[in-house]
Design a protein around this ligand. Sequence first.
Ligand SMILES: *Cc1c(COP(=O)(O)O)cnc(C)c1O
Length: 416
Amino acid sequence: MADKTLPFNEDFIRTIIKDHPTPFYLYDERAIRTNARKLSAAFQWCDGFREYFAVKATPNPHLLKIVKEEGFGADCSSLPELVLSEKAGITGEEIMFTSNDTPAKDFRTARELGAIINLDDKTHLEYLEKHAGLPELLCFRYNPGPLREGNVIIGKPEEAKYGLTRPQLFEAYTQAKKKGVKRFGLHTMVASNELNPEFFVETARMLFELAVEFNKELGVRLEFVNLGGGIGIPYRPNQQPINYEDIGGPIHKLYDEIIRPAGLHPLKIYLENGRCITGPYGYLITEAIHKKSIYKKYVGVDACMSNLMRPGMYGAYHHITVLGKENAPLDTTVDVVGSLCENNDKFAIDRQLPQVAIGDILVIHDAGAHGHSMGFQYNAKLRCAELLWREDGSIKTIRRAETMEDYFRTLDFGTL
Ligand SMILES: *Cc1c(COP(=O)(O)O)cnc(C)c1O
């Protein structure tokens, strides 16, 4: 059983709380860097390998700067994400622009920044040409449809709105080549929160085989294949983390079997994970402020679904530790809830926890990706602060909590 221990104790968090009221997010810089190095090491054999961190997971320039320092690029899907990456010092082809249903102005900004543009449809070739001009390097997103089973979370590829079909890909590269595009990449994303390394190896095989076909049939030689993101993390205590070597190693073998004999070496491999890069290293820290006992027992905390919507939205499991009671028996069954007027505002349902007292600090694990960034303002709830626990042990506010003034800023009270 993988454990769900914490790299800090109650005293450490209580000290932070003196200056930073709950709820807040806490990110562990050291752990993010250590993990990033492990991923890079698993692909060290591949010249030009790059992980493009999915900005939507934690769109914070301080976290982007950390992953940039670890050699990562940024995967963006909107204009503000592009701007954010640039502000964090990630530029040019260190940015992958994987968007869909893309507005013209987003394409224009991506072109201005020199980002790698990954098109989601064959009609986007003309759209891009018309609104932003065609770049020298272009990528297309493949949707394998029934040729590939999706995993549980991302669903079946043929139900997904993304990408081009297989025949469309051949047309798109042919057309792009005719229009003068010189350099090519190929992308797909068919997994989300997948803990089976084999899934990513199969994705590599699929793209490697296409690379060979494109070369033979179209005279298009790919410069890179992007396997997308989707490496999972062990949200539950009984799950094991993926060992990146179990992805990098077998892909290396496939590369030697498929790419080298076809004369296609060097072919760069790109990934665009978000979740596995920061997910396990971000925590939502919240205080128990109420308890009630009706048909069920409830613990009410000062965070709510607008701080972390994965449990409410997907029924996702997030482990919870009650600080100071790490070794206490799990002898009560409670729902841990927030204050939204929505009955799905629950961080946990029927969870076995130690006896929670009002004033206890609860740590919600694995909130470091798709956590704060999915926040919203329903019920006029404000987004909380993000804190970085730096390698030197200090705490830095990397996003302050929203205030009521922030919430009112877009309203016009002047003409009431
Ligand atoms: C969301 C997303 C990712 C990142 O997914 P993770 O599950 O966080 O690894 C990568 N690429 C695209 C196109 C995405 O939409």
